[in-house]
Design a protein around this ligand. Structure first.
Ligand SMILES: *Cc1c(COP(=O)(O)O)cnc(C)c1O
Length: 392
């Protein structure tokens, strides 16, 4: 059992600059690190629970946090979920057996949430290689296609605000306006945007905002957010009506889509809370992040054959590169596709998926200019080592 000894539980990325796409927005703030030990025990937040629901707690102030986050997102109310995936599942459970339209860059958890709720899925096409854009107008076209096919319009429309493959920023406002015209509730999946960028659900005409605390709000996994308006809160957060057929027991205050209370307590809630003030502050500096992202693309494209895939210029810090030169090196290298991973690690950079050379993704969110320079230099240095041309 020595393998489980704390001395042997070290993170592979420890001490390295981690540019793994899913890691940047979930790095804990200093404030969150301060609550780690105090709130680490099991059901720590439940010491003084009077109402039987985590989201109603006054001490620690979870109820206040829920309202502050709803307001921050421009929505009426919110709940904490077991990740963005559970938030989507909870929304779709309110439209069980219906029809959902989603963008063709949606995360697998959007598809599986629909599947588990027996929803029929229609996809909004994207523009394909090389920029893979979602054209908002295509939502209207897809709604009409659903109508032709089934005789009615869909029950729900979902847009992935920033997709995980290319880091494209979709035009949520335009999609929101189209959904409003059709009277179709609009779900905006902000797993890669809220918590790092400003989001106003009212302005975007969203009926639901789905967020990921561990991806973009500097919280410990697992935690997500589901924010909605009063119009939908009674449906989505509906309370239990069940009654034990023998005992007569009832649980009328328990919200069924939240599994009665909440799927998250302890550190996920407390780190989200401790990080929140800083998250509110940091979204105002998104412009700096974009400027750094564009600079990084420019530097990377100085390497022969390296090309950004997805929209250009970048509007997000997650990016996808094509790199035929690294792929050619891999074919001859004794480590094969793993050479890039190892070469980067030697230069203090972690997070490009091991085995990937033809295409790879990185996220530069929150890196200092110095760190970013170090990452760009690492790629350039590796290219030069293997005789790939790098512009000055
Ligand atoms: C990461 C991601 C998810 C999953 O988020 P969880 O909070 O881990 O459930 C969902 N959608 C998109 C677009 C993502 O990028």
């Amino acid at each position: 059992m020595n393998r489980y000894s704390p001395n042997n539980l070290k993170r592979p990325s420890k001490g390295l600059i981690n540019i793994h796409p899913i890691q940047r927005g979930g790095i804990l703030t200093e404030e969150a690190r301060k609550v780690l030990i105090e709130w680490a025990d099991g059901y720590s937040v439940c010491d003084v629970c009077l109402e039987g629901r985590v989201d109603l707690l006054k001490n620690p102030p979870v109820d206040a946090l829920k309202q502050d986050i709803a307001e921050f997102l421009g929505m009426d109310t919110a709940r904490f979920t077991a990740g963005a995936r559970h938030a989507k599942f909870a929304v779709m459970a309110g439209f069980h057996g219906g029809i959902v339209v989603l963008d063709s860059l949606a995360h697998y958890t959007s598809y599986t949430a629909a599947e588990l709720n027996d929803m029929k899925i229609y996809e909004v096409p994207n523009s394909g290689y090389p920029d893979f854009r979602i054209d908002a107008e295509m939502y209207a076209e897809t709604f009409e296609r659903v109508k032709e096919d089934t005789g009615r319009y869909p029950d729900l429309a979902l847009l992935t605000h920033v997709d995980y493959r290319y880091g494209n920023l979709a035009d949520a406002e335009k999609v929101g306006r189209i959904c409003e015209e059709y009277g179709i509730p609009f779900v905006l999946n902000t797993a890669y945007s809220s918590g790092v960028m400003e989001i106003n659900g009212k302005k975007l005409r969203a009926a639901f905002i789905v967020a990921s605390g561990h991806k973009s709000w500097s919280a410990t996994a697992p935690i997500g957010i589901l924010a909605t308006n009063y119009e939908f809160s009674d449906i989505i957060f509906r309370t239990s009506k069940v009654r034990g057929e023998w005992s007569g027991r009832a649980f009328t205050k328990k919200e069924i889509a939240m599994f009665g209370c909440s799927p998250v307590f302890g550190l996920p809630v407390m780190t989200l809370m401790a990080s929140f003030p800083r998250v509110v502050e940091r979204v105002r500096h998104w412009d700096d992040e974009i400027e750094k992202a564009r600079w990084f693309v420019k530097e990377m494209e100085k390497i022969e054959g390296v090309q950004l895939i997805g929209e250009r210029p970048k509007n997000h810090t997650l990016m996808h590169f094509e790199s035929p030169a690294f792929h050619s090196i891999a074919k001859k290298h004794k480590k094969r596709g793993y050479f890039l991973y190892h070469e980067l690690k030697k230069r203090g950079v972690f997070g490009v998926q091991a085995g990937m050379t033809k295409n790879f993704k990185v996220n530069i969110y929150g890196l200092s200019r110095e760190e970013l320079g170090k990452v760009a230099d690492a790629f350039k240095d590796i290219a030069e080592k293997y005789g790939v041309e790098v512009e000055d």
